[in-house]
Design a protein around this ligand. Structure first.
Ligand code: ATP
Ligand code: MG
Length: 299
């Protein structure tokens, strides 16, 4: 298929879910079960994803060769929304040398002795690379907000606490992402939007299928009990931090094949807009290459 045609399809997949201005955004605007009425045959979806993965691989090679931009993909979601599987499938064609995944768990004692962006900042992708944050500094406006005792552990000076803290965190994150952008780090943020009903189905599968048991954790059920609080926190996070340079993609997550297609399409579309090119070889360098070739051939 022509590149321009692939890009058109990407835009069709991504446009409904890209939030560049969060004002007034409501999570209800996007249905977790949405598939844009695409045919749901698994074979078709797999083929489309394969094509996307191939394009991504080509774009990533150019990103790497050009060595100017870095790309940061942030993934946030409730448990069992498919972060791991999406990362695995979408990045399956990418050269592992050009890609780094960082999973953010509960902060260590050392992390807690620093500001919350400290650990994230150390894990940013180098130029030419794609960095993936499986969870991220956004947990600081999600789990930490839903569970105030986590904030207490951060030993912040009491004078800095209070309701304004969340507004300030959003403001700081907006500025941080702008700073990254101005330094050549392109930020894309994905919220995999799962329904509560589908989460239940997936949890039950984890309990009922022995090969999926390892994925189950009792903590996941506990967090499910805070579902409404999380949705509130996600909605506000998107309202406050969706910007033109660092948009949120609110991706329907009840159908895994669709989630993966949308994420792949979003990354392709964004990388393509960077106009990535292999570095030009100067006439002098070309002459040097020709001389090296002659030398090898005359051995
Ligand atoms: P999976 O369960 O699919 O392996 P996961 O991302 O859920 O992946 P877990 O080890 O289960 O990994 O969970 C990581 C935990 O770390 C989550 O409960 C998350 O809320 C928590 N966490 C991440 N960042 C922070 C943070 N800044 N403060 C407190 N908790 C955090
Ligand atoms: Mg988990």
């Amino acid at each position: 298929m022509e590149l321009s045609q692939v890009l058109k399809q990407c835009q069709h997949l991504v446009n409904p879910y890209r939030i560049q201005n969060g004002d007034g955004f409501r999570l209800e605007q996007i249905d977790p079960g949405d598939t844009l009425d695409l045919p749901t045959d698994k074979k078709g979806a797999r083929e489309a994803l394969e094509q996307g993965v191939e394009m991504l691989s080509e774009l990533q090679q150019r990103l790497y060769a050009q060595n100017k931009w870095a790309v940061l993909l942030v993934f946030q979601a409730m448990d069992a929304a498919g972060k791991d599987g999406t990362i695995k499938h979408v990045m399956s064609g990418v050269n592992p040398q050009g890609c780094q995944v960082c999973s953010f768990k509960a902060p260590s004692a050392l992390d807690l002795d620093h500001d919350y962006l400290w650990r994230a900042n150390q894990s940013l992708p180098e130029r030419g690379r794609i960095g993936i944050f499986n969870r991220s500094y956004y947990e600081e406006t999600l789990v930490v907000r839903v569970h105030p005792e986590l904030l207490a552990k951060q030993s912040l000076p009491p004078a800095l606490l209070g309701p304004k803290l969340w507004k300030q965190r959003f403001e700081d994150i907006r500025h941080y992402e702008q700073y990254l952008n101005r330094n050549g780090v392109v930020v894309l943020k994905f919220f995999l939007h799962l329904s509560k009903k589908e989460q239940k189905r997936r949890f039950l599968q984890r309990l009922e299928r022995p090969e999926k048991n390892w994925k189950f954790s009792a903590a996941d059920i506990r967090e499910r009990g805070f579902w409404e609080d999380y949705m509130q926190a996600y909605q506000e996070m998107i309202r406050e931090t969706a910007t033109a340079q660092a948009p949120w993609y609110v991706v329907p997550a009840d159908h895994k094949w669709f989630t993966r297609l949308v994420v792949a399409a979003a990354v392709i579309e964004r990388l393509d807009a960077l106009d990535l090119r292999y570095p030009e070889v100067s006439p002098e360098a070309k002459q040097a290459l020709a001389r090296a070739r002659e030398q090898l051939l005359s051995e």
